[in-house]
Design a protein around this ligand. Structure first.
Ligand code: 13P
Length: 348
């Protein structure tokens, strides 16, 4: 297979009806924060056991096409000694890897941030590919206020995302381009729409400038929502309409898939929003999920670091994956949440 065929094959295996991506690529400090929330120490073995539990959830590939891993997980092994990417492939899941090196303050732009990690990226991607990764992720972060993000932050992050995407495609790895407009703050949904439109417009301008093949990438945006501290939280249908309106203005039809991040929404909110978008009718791109917290929060709560809870934790993951798989097709109903809670626990 030549490079382009390989990229196309990876895109096709990620973009499947009824399926989305599990983001399990929390960096060291982030997973430590999630574990702290359930009273679990972040040791290498605890992280391995937790990621093992996620990947090995029986039947996960019915609703999940790919999983984003952190560098450490890529080289760790499952309970039976199989390297995680190999286990994932055997279970029908495509492995991806977070390749950015996190964010730092953007010089001369108070309040803005820039994502780093371009130096040596091609070489790292070569090694990740050998280890089984077929797609990558790079997250740019935008803080919102009346004045943020600045033009400088919008342009600098767009350029870094596009450089990353071009390097990935050179190495035969599908780039997931993730511009995240944060939910922190008291801004209105209208302000979020304005910022998201400016951000996405600039991202696609930069992708064009860097000759990124749009057919061979995926977009992972945030949804258009009001800030967490804003008193008026928009109803589900308004979030869906605003998000799709901004995507239609900015995302070329050649992009095969839009896989949203959850960004701090509750699991049920993230599912309802995706469902409502898919109910608006056919769009040029598939609208799916690439959730971290919205898939994993109930899993962490059920697990609590105890091996004896592994099966009920896996059931919690399968339940959220199933509901999001339905939302991916516009076939979710809030009543399905209660049905899930009433179903007796399996494998006891
Ligand atoms: P959340 O869905 O928790 O926002 O995580 C997705 C992700 O990959 C963040 O980079």
């Amino acid at each position: 297979m030549d490079g382009r065929d390989q990229l196309k094959a990876t895109v096709d295996s990620l973009v499947q009806s009824g399926k989305g991506i599990l983001a399990a690529d929390e960096s060291g400090p982030t997973i430590a924060k999630r574990f702290k929330g359930i009273g679990v120490e972040s040791t290498e073995e605890n992280r391995r056991a937790y990621r093992n539990l996620l990947l090995a959830a029986p039947g996960l590939s019915a609703f999940i096409s790919g999983v984003i891993l952190y560098e450490e997980t890529l080289i760790q092994r499952a309970d039976d000694g199989t390297p995680f990417p190999e286990l994932a492939a055997r279970l029908g899941l495509v492995s991806g890897i977070k390749v950015d090196a996190g964010k730092i303050a953007l010089s001369h732009a108070p309040g803005d941030e820039i994502t780093q990690g371009l130096d040596g990226l091609a070489k790292r991607l070569g090694a990740y590919k050998e280890q089984g990764a077929r797609f990558a992720k790079w997250r740019a972060v935008y803080n919102i206020s009346d004045t943020l993000p600045s033009r400088l932050a919008i342009e600098a992050n767009a350029d870094a995302l596009a450089r990353y995407a071009a390097i990935c495609q050179d190495e035969g790895v599908v780039p997931i381009v993730e511009p995240e407009v944060l939910m922190d703050g008291g801004h209105t949904i209208e302000r979020c729409a304005e910022v998201t439109e400016a951000v996405l417009h600039e991202v696609f301008h930069a992708l064009h400038r860097h000759r990124v093949v749009l057919e061979h990438m995926l977009l992972k945006p945030s949804m258009v929502v009001a800030g967490k501290e804003q008193a008026r939280q928009a109803p589900v249908v308004e979030v869906a309409a605003q998000t799709v309106r901004i995507l239609r203005r900015t995302v070329p039809a050649a992009v095969p898939g839009v896989f949203f991040l959850s960004g701090g929404q509750t699991p049920a909110e993230a599912t309802a929003h995706l469902d409502a978008m898919n109910r608006l009718g056919p769009q040029p791109w598939a609208l799916s999920f690439s959730y971290g917290r919205a898939l994993q929060d109930p899993v962490l709560q059920a697990w609590k670091g105890q091996a004896a809870n592994a099966r009920s934790a896996q059931d919690a993951l399968l339940e959220r994956a199933r509901l999001n798989g339905a939302a991916r097709e516009g076939r979710y109903d809030a009543a399905m949440e209660d049905a899930g809670r009433q179903r007796p626990a399996k494998g006891t």
